[in-house]
Write a protein that binds this ligand. Sequence first.
Ligand code: AMP
Ligand code: MG
Length: 326
Amino acid sequence: MKKIAFLLLLLPFLLSACAAPAPSECEIFAMDTLMSVKVWGDDALLSLVTSEINALDSALSAVDADSAIYALNENGSAVLDASLCDLLQQSVALSEATDGAFDPTVYPLVRLWGFPDGAYRVPDETELANAVVGTEHIHFSDSTVSLDKGCAIDLGAIGKGYAAVRCRELLAENGAQAALLSLGGNVQTLGSKPDGSDWVVGIADPQSPSSAIAKLTFQGSLALVTSGSYQRYFELDGVRYHHILDPATGRPAESGLSSVTILAEDAAVADAYSTALFVMGLEKGAAFWRQTGGFEAVFVATDGTIYATQGAAELLSGCKFEVIAP
Ligand code: AMP
Ligand code: MG
């Protein structure tokens, strides 16, 4: 009896000794979206991450009059700091790699549709045809970047991914044990959960974005980025116009998809690819995956069918799907 009482006393102690530490968490509004950050490690890591995100928001925003990108667009040229110059160069390279489906010079089109200020309208063909779009309009000379007249930069399709890369590096350098960042459609995990359980990340249902249509289950560090037509749009005369533009037509991409989720090591690349593959559609996107490699993808078609590349299929559950073979 004595022995049992001793064991009962010991049990709660053993349980608390084995329990994994709780993460520190916070939410911030940045880059025009709600973000959440969960970090296992020193509490100070949270403020490190939030200051980094806020600093990047101030630098990358195309609408904030104090940002470096805003100044570049206003003045047609600017001296950019090395990391911003690198990001712009990486964006140009990703635009070339995706045959222009991702294009950081899409901003004149984004403006014509009224997305930056919410003054939504449908531009006419002449306006769309006259828009100065294409990375050949960006010129680099050391740290000075200049734009041809009418050209303007929008890093909205890569900025959150880039923020995830920077935060992941910062957390790893400063000894975080694990982390889960959710930066508005961009999820980044760092390490594995201290309790050993899997990371489980939902893919939003394009018809009902607050619920998940499927889930991805895995261990370790991974970036998961979704681009979807449900994320931002307006309606005029009963027609829905979404925010992912096909640079080739100047219009919201009509590629038969509702969303694309990219899984990759590098969140900036995943972010650019999610936008690009949405523009490309299923067939071209699958061909791009076969040729390029280094990432996996889940496509949700407008008819609701889900397609997963082979590597993504291994992590996917909770839905019926078709596997895209290599
Ligand atoms: P994402 O949600 O990552 O697909 O990025 C979409 C945002 O990037 C839009 O709100 C626009 O500001 C901008 N954008 C739209 N279409 C493109 C495109 N084809 N390439 C690059 N940026 C784009
Ligand atoms: Mg993107």
